[in-house]
Design a protein around this ligand. Structure first.
Ligand code: ADA
Length: 553
């Protein structure tokens, strides 16, 4: 399943079988096709640990009529064929996309997905970087049989007033025929219900607004993550032809002065940066691993997680909704210079990742802020204009959440005034020997003098490295677990006790694999700043973080 709950009772929706045939035609690939699992990345196969090339996944499926496929994530270029006919192409491993085949004869059809993780001139975001660009179908694939019209999307945002909660919804429906269709829509959220009629012209897609007064429902919060079902039914000529099931949580996020308010109360953010990677499963994190990660972060006293540096699996967001973990979700981009931002496809690819992230994830109450463009060139006019464009898109798609971006420590930032909360990555005592409070005060002065004064301030990254199992109690050499504890203690205690700072995200939750090209300053070709290693084995710092985070609860 691609979600943690049934998304349809009427629509015939199935998850593709887990075993597919994989062929890897490029140098370093398999000598013959083999059975592999989906979701999965091919680097899990012992012969494909460093394979960078194309992977062709094939599976026969039995279906007919209008068939919709939804791919949660294919890494990182993909082409989808049905019976050798190209249905869809997509760039980017971290957002889903659909492929539609209309008027299929009922029977067995050959589904073929070509994934390609070769770096190249057509890729501005998936580049050699401080995380690994895996290859494969890293998230679930579903296929559905549709009627003449179907419900394509539903967005729900909640607002609070003296009288209680109101849900504003937008239901998007699509006519798959070349004749007009009159349909009736019924939307239920909790106990509230509304109906609306819609006339769809041939091939038309239309968004129908709904406003439902839901009254004194339980609000969503980390302490009480109350969720309510969102159910839509569509009927044509009195016959129910389609449905859509999602969930929502009633909560409001806003900034006030230097604070972030959740349902009117200031929240202190204590969290982790978490890449989507788990041991040898890579980017195809199993659900059990997602649950364990949240349990470990909560056990250390965290209340939030940042999806560095790309949108996450909806099942992980579902878990955060259910377990009350606040999420900073960001679109895909990490550490790009102005030259890299001037790549001819950069803005198109960043805007696509941003649009797909918001359109696919905005119903998750756990997401409290949207981020983008981690440590890109905010210090040049060209780069600042890129930031302003992405902020504008985020605000156009969703007015209910603040926007931010995690910026570099170096001075010269030009976009502090364009964010709702200012975020900065600082590594005092690791990359530089500066004292934590000095690095902090220096950056705060620069932010205040350049448009960020009076805004909430988040330390979006801070941390230090340690190789799991390397100890140096006397010398406390860098990369020892002892030194990581010492540095984190200084960073966390200074940051969390600073009156001007409303949150901290440690870099990082778990060790992650990085590109081969980064091996020089990444022992094991891993980013070793995890509090746990890639197999979730706790380092000594686990107890240090737990002591300091829990002291703030
Ligand atoms: C940066 C970057 C992270 C990671 C980190 C580090 O802040 O945003 O992706 O590379 O540094 O480990 O140095």
């Amino acid at each position: 399943m691609d979600r943690l709950f049934q998304t349809h009772e009427i629509r015939k929706s199935r998850t593709c079988d887990p075993l597919w045939t994989l062929t890897t035609p490029d140098e370093g690939g398999l000598s013959k096709p083999e059975k592999v699992t989906v979701p999965g990345i091919w680097e899990s196969h012992p012969a494909l640990r460093r394979y960078r090339g194309r992977g062709i996944y094939e599976q026969d499926i039995v279906c007919g009529g209008h068939v919709r496929f939804f791919f949660g994530g294919v890494s990182f270029r993909s082409r989808v064929y049905l019976d050798d006919i190209l249905l869809a192409e997509h760039y980017g491993a971290y957002t889903g996309f659909e492929a539609l085949a209309k008027g299929l004869a009922r029977g067995r059809h050959r589904l073929r997905v070509e994934a390609d993780n070769r770096f190249g001139a057509d890729s501005s975001l998936h580049i050699p970087n401080d995380y690994y660009a895996y290859g494969g179908i890293n998230r679930p694939v579903v296929f559905e049989e549709l009627g003449d019209a179907y419900i394509a999307q539903c967005h729900v945002i909640s607002h609070h007033s003296e009288a209680g909660w109101t849900a504003e919804a937008g239901v998007t429906v699509r006519n798959l025929t070349n004749s007009p269709i009159t349909a009736r829509l019924s939307l239920t959220i909790g106990d509230a219900q509304r109906e609306n009629a819609v006339l769809l012209q041939p091939e038309e897609e239309k968004m129908i607004p709904f406003s439902l007064f839901c009254g004194q429902v339980r609000s969503w919060s980390p302490e009480d993550p109350a969720l309510y079902p969102v159910k839509i039914r569509m009927s044509i000529g009195g016959k129910t032809v389609d449905d859509w099931i999602d969930r929502t949580g009633f909560r409001e996020i806003r900034t006030e002065g230097k604070q972030i308010l959740l349902n009117g109360k200031p929240v202190q953010l204590r969290g982790f940066n978490r890449h989507e990677e788990y041991g040898s499963f890579g980017a195809a994190v199993p659900l059990e691993g997602m649950v364990q990660d949240i349990q470990l972060m909560r056990h250390m006293g965290a209340n939030c997680v940042r999806t560095c540096h790309y949108p996450n699996d909806p099942r992980f967001l579902d878990l955060c909704d259910e377990m009350g973990m606040l999420v900073w979700e960001e679109s895909h981009a990490r550490g790009l210079s102005e030259t890299q931002m001037r790549h001819p496809l950069f803005m198109e690819q960043v805007m696509q990742s941003t649009r797909e992230m918001v359109q696919q994830h905005m119903n998750h109450p756990c997401i409290f802020i949207w981020g983008c463009l981690n440590e890109c060139a905010d210090d040049t006019e060209f780069g600042a204009e890129c930031y302003r464009s992405v902020f504008s898109l985020l605000r156009a798609l969703d007015q209910s959440r603040p926007v931010t971006a995690a910026l570099l420590e170096r001075p010269g930032g030009r976009v502090y005034g364009q964010m709702d909360a200012v975020s900065v990555n600082l590594y005092p005592q690791w990359y530089r020997d500066s004292a934590v409070h000095e690095a902090l005060e220096r950056k705060i002065r620069e932010i205040d003098a350049n448009g960020g004064c009076g805004k909430p301030l988040i330390i979006s990254e801070t941390g230090a490295g340690a190789i799991y199992g390397f100890h140096d109690p006397l010398g406390q050499a860098k990369w020892s677990e002892e030194r990581q504890c010492e540095i984190l203690r200084k960073q966390i205690s200074t940051i969390l006790n600073h009156p001007d700072i409303c949150g901290i995200f440690l870099w990082q939750f778990a060790d992650v694999r990085v590109s081969e090209e980064w091996f020089m300053n990444r022992p094991r070709t891993y980013n070793n700043k995890g509090i746990v290693d890639e197999f979730r084995r706790p380092k000594m710092a686990y107890r240090t973080v737990q002591e300091l985070f829990r002291s703030q609860e």
